[in-house]
Design a protein around this ligand. Structure first.
Ligand SMILES: Cc1cc2nc3c(=O)[nH]c(=O)nc-3n(C[C@H](O)[C@H](O)[C@H](O)COP(=O)(O)OP(=O)(O)OC[C@H]3O[C@@H](n4cnc5c(N)ncnc54)[C@H](O)[C@@H]3O)c2cc1C
Length: 296
């Protein structure tokens, strides 16, 4: 079939993830518009190939052997953001930093909490990303989701956002996100963001290659990072992957890490936490390709 977007083969995904590991995508495309995105998704359906999306790869581990799918990175119009009265309308691939910049310039507040989340508007929907007591659920009005059946607008309720999860499944691409914000002077937004970023810098590794939180916090009082730390794992290393000496719910790439190293470290941390606390940690980071943790 005719496709309105170039489909490349064998594109390295390691440079599209913040941890910097993983193999190539069998097929890869960068749709710039909704039409191009729909074309790419239709092409995958006709070729019998799965569709996956990479945002800024900031909570993503890609299999070292690569991914047998059409991997999409939203670009162009789909990575931009604009303001409509008190709403911010962002392409699914728009970086949170771009969204925040647009909101602040328009004198809108409410998105400050996302300043330290280095992802995209669409990735934030998939993860229901959040920080400092707020998450996407608090600001999301609606989203446009594309799959092989076409594009549809879904409401915040339909997205069923909960702690680090939402209803879209792999193969469903968030093409646009509408956030409802409130008027706030740009200087105030700027001051809040500066304060949040300083708090972040004081507690987490901000100048290392990581993929953000490894595990979700369980419903028990103790956080995942605290439990991993109590198991004596801060600084523990497998291959090129290290449990951050700064915050035990982060894994750092010490230079030559592979995804297999990171997964082995996760398995070890999960096993030790289970042995010591009887808690089964669930991974927050998303896997692309045939990756899984061994059963406990
Ligand atoms: C230093 C650091 C700090 C972090 N701090 C936080 C934090 O405070 N709070 C927090 O919640 N997270 C945090 N994260 C994790 C991460 O930034 C968030 O989960 C973010 O929302 C992921 O967005 P992304 O665009 O990078 O998605 P990716 O990591 O690229 O992908 C994550 C998942 O979303 C899917 N996805 C991405 N884009 C789309 C789309 N357009 N449509 C459908 N599915 C899509 C992917 O297929 C994958 O399943 C942090 C990460 C780092 C590296």
């Amino acid at each position: 079939m005719e496709v309105g977007v170039a489909i490349e083969e064998g594109v390295a995904l390691s440079r599209l993830t913040t941890i910097g590991t993983g193999g190539p995508a069998r097929f890869f495309a960068r749709p710039h518009t909704l039409d191009e995105l729909q074309d790419a998704v239709a092409w995958a359906a006709s070729a019998g190939v799965d569709v996956e999306v990479v945002g800024l790869g900031s909570n993503l581990l890609v299999h070292d052997e690569g991914v047998d799918a059409l991997v999409l990175r939203l670009d162009g119009e789909l990575a931009q953001a604009r303001v409509e009265r008190t709403e911010l309308v962002a392409g699914g691939g728009a970086a949170n930093a771009v969204c925040l910049h647009r909101a602040r310039a328009a004198g809108l507040g409410g998105f400050e909490f996302a300043s330290a989340i280095p992802g995209t508007a669409g990735g934030g929907v998939r993860m229901n990303a959040g920080a400092y007591g707020s998450d996407w659920r608090d600001v999301l009005v609606s989203a446009v989701v594309v799959d092989a059946a076409g594009a549809r607008t879904v409401t915040a309720d339909e997205l069923d956002l909960a702690y680090r999860r939402s209803s879209p499944r792999p193969g469903e691409v968030v093409a646009e996100v509408r956030f409802g914000l409130t008027p706030r002077p740009p200087d105030e937004v700027k001051a809040v963001v500066a304060d949040l970023l300083a708090q972040r810098k004081a507690t987490q590794p901000t100048n290392k290659r990581t993929f953000g939180s490894v595990f979700k916090n369980p419903s028990t009082e103790a956080g995942a990072g605290w439990m991993v730390e109590e198991c004596g794992l801060k600084g523990h290393r497998i291959g090129g992957a290290v449990i951050s000496p700064r915050h035990a719910n982060f894994i750092e790439n010490a230079g030559d890490a592979t995804t297999a190293d990171a997964v082995a470290l996760m398995a070890e941390a999960r096993r030790r936490v289970h042995d010591r606390f009887g808690v089964e940690l669930e991974h927050e980071v998303k896997f692309l390709g045939p990756l899984e943790l061994p059963p406990l």
